[in-house]
Design a protein around this ligand. Structure first.
Ligand SMILES: [Zn+2]
Ligand SMILES: [Zn+2]
Ligand SMILES: [Zn+2]
Length: 299
């Protein structure tokens, strides 16, 4: 995250080692949205509560991604809430199973909420709860269901598209699965826009969303290209990353901790050919985990 980013958002809280940020534009959009809504409630309070509950559900969904990613040994320490939703910055280890679990855990939170609200809500009619509270809980059911359905669209980079990518990874490999998913993402986004225009509900927000989806697909194409180039580079047989099992590259991709010179640590047994300094740990360029050199040796 660049330093410029930190001025556009502020820290809300930190829990389970994950810091939650709110982008300043969230307030602008919140005020606009609340003023535009034809209130379904007799008082403004419930209207605000519903808007906050929407982001509460989004936050739980993002925590699903972050906690699952950490569970499989990845990095995830930031969630940013935007006017259009949330982003969990997750970096799971590059294995199809680990990526699949990190992505699927978000929608699974919504599935859990769907079951909970579907079981509890029918009992509230005719209970002592005020009518507005019952209405609020049914609105939560609907908001949660809509978020789940939207997120599961198989349009990369929506969760559905990323789940599809992780499933294709098992069959096609890391780079080709991303290429196919990003292609389907472009086709799906175009379909979404055509559908919205044809049904006369195209809006400024759908335009922003489409732009975001397409730019992420473009990043996906570039990453797929880099990954396929990386896959073709020569490797050191006899070594493998203890975390992700990737064989290390035959390249000067490591830096001596003493003299800062780049060298191929696997060609020199983790001892710098320039100054003789030994590297206490060797980092994996692919999953960014570091381990003592001896743990890399295949037996
Ligand atoms: Zn998600
Ligand atoms: Zn690795
Ligand atoms: Zn050195």
């Amino acid at each position: 995250m660049g330093s410029g980013m930190s001025q556009q958002q502020f820290r809300l809280f930190r829990v389970f080692g994950i810091t939650v940020f709110l982008h300043w534009s969230w307030f602008l959009v919140a005020v606009y949205e609340l003023s535009q809504r034809s209130s379904q409630y007799p008082s403004l309070g419930w209207n605000i509560a519903e808007y906050l509950a929407l982001f509460g559900i989004v936050l739980l969904h993002e925590f699903g991604h972050s906690l699952a990613c950490r569970q499989v040994g990845g990095n995830a320490d930031q969630i940013i809430l935007w006017p259009l939703g949330g982003v969990a910055f997750v970096n799971p280890p590059p294995r199809a199973g680990a990526v699949l679990w990190s992505i699927a855990a978000g929608p699974l939170v919504n599935v859990g909420l769907l079951v909970l609200l579907s079981v509890v809500n029918p009992f509230l009619h005719g209970s002592a709860l005020p009518a507005s509270a019952v209405h609020f809980l049914w609105r939560l059911w609907w908001i949660n269901f809509s978020l789940l359905a939207f997120n599961l669209l198989p349009i990369y980079p929506l969760d559905g598209g990323q789940i599809l990518r992780a499933l294709l990874w098992f069959v096609l490999g890391r780079s080709r699965s991303l290429y196919v998913a990003a292609t389907l993402g472009v086709v799906g986004t175009a379909g979404l826009v055509v559908f919205a225009v044809a049904r006369h509900f195209f809006s400024f927000w759908i335009g922003i969303m489409a732009f975001f989806l397409l730019s992420q697909c473009w990043r996906g194409f570039r990453e797929a290209k880099n990954l396929s180039a990386l896959a073709k580079m020569p490797r050191h047989a006899g070594f493998a990353c203890p975390s992700c099992r990737a064989q290390p590259l035959q390249a000067r991709a490591w830096v001596c901790p003493d003299c800062r010179q780049p060298f191929d640590t696997f060609a020199h047994g983790a001892v710098c050919p320039g100054c003789g300094g030994a590297s206490p740990v060797t980092g994996c360029p692919e999953c960014r985990q570091a381990h003592p050199f001896a743990e890399w040796v295949c037996r």
